[in-house]
Ligand binder design. Structure first.
Ligand SMILES: [Zn+2]
Length: 241
């Protein structure tokens, strides 16, 4: 028996799951095995590069031909990772820890609240891919960024503008559609952007401030003071830190 036959045999016994991604394709994944668990342990101990480890794990576990984790929009990656986690662990429950924020007469309550959150309640919030029609008549066809683009450009800083630039897939003049990076360079597009008016500019910024991400709203009740609140987990790091 050749080695790859043996590996195939070993991987065949792992559970599988399918999930739909935003472009309509159905993706099949196998559960993670020891080699992926090692990667994820490395991700937990290193400050940077956590996203890269998640992408690597997904690339190894995705069995559908032609699907690369590195090029999928970031919210697809988040959803695929949640599905992968569920089949790999055999449960949809994850333990999450909070501290009660209730202000009592003696100060903040601070009592620990430990709950099991159900990953089946995860949903995606954010804006759809769309066309931004500028006041000069040009239309910018926007796409969602992949994980590494999103990590590289911090959407909360002045980098928001650079991320918006990066998310322009093509420019439509009304008579011609030019794909950025192919028909027209990033430099040329950034010059066009310099001529935007304020309204068009804010549409671009609004797009990057509403990039879709996974969320889960969890109702909590403090066991000590009885205070109730709903907390929101947003993005992979909130779920699996
Ligand atoms: Zn409390």
């Amino acid at each position: 028996m050749k080695k790859n036959k043996l590996v195939e045999f070993a991987a065949a016994g792992l559970p599988r799951a399918t999930a739909k991604i935003s472009d309509g394709r159905t993706v099949t994944m196998r559960a993670f095995a020891v080699k992926e668990l090692k990667l994820l342990m490395m991700a937990n101990t290193s400050e940077s590069g956590q996203d890269e480890q998640v992408l690597q794990v997904l690339d190894q576990c995705i069995e559908t031909e032609g699907v690369s984790a590195h090029s999928l929009p970031s919210h697809d990656i988040e959803l695929l990772f949640v599905e992968l986690y569920k089949i790999s662990k055999g449960t949809s429950l994850i333990p999450v820890k909070f501290k009660c924020t209730n202000e009592t007469e003696d100060g903040v309550c601070n009592s620990p609240i430990n709950v099991n959150a159900n990953l089946n309640n995860v949903s995606v919030e954010g804006s759809a891919e769309k066309d931004i029609v500028l006041s000069n008549g040009l239309t910018l066809n926007m796409r969602h960024p992949n994980v590494l683009e999103r990590e590289y450009f911090n959407a909360e800083s002045e980098e928001a503008f650079n991320l918006a630039m990066r998310c322009i897939y093509s420019v439509d003049t009304g008579s011609e559609v030019m794909v950025v990076g192919t028909d027209v360079s990033y430099e040329e597009v950034s010059e066009v952007i310099e001529y935007l008016d304020e309204k068009s500019f804010s549409q671009l910024i609004e797009f990057v401030n509403n990039i879709p991400t996974i969320v889960m709203h969890i109702p909590l009740k403090c066991p000590k003071c009885g205070h109730k609140e709903v907390v929101t987990l947003r993005g992979l790091a909130d779920f699996f830190d």
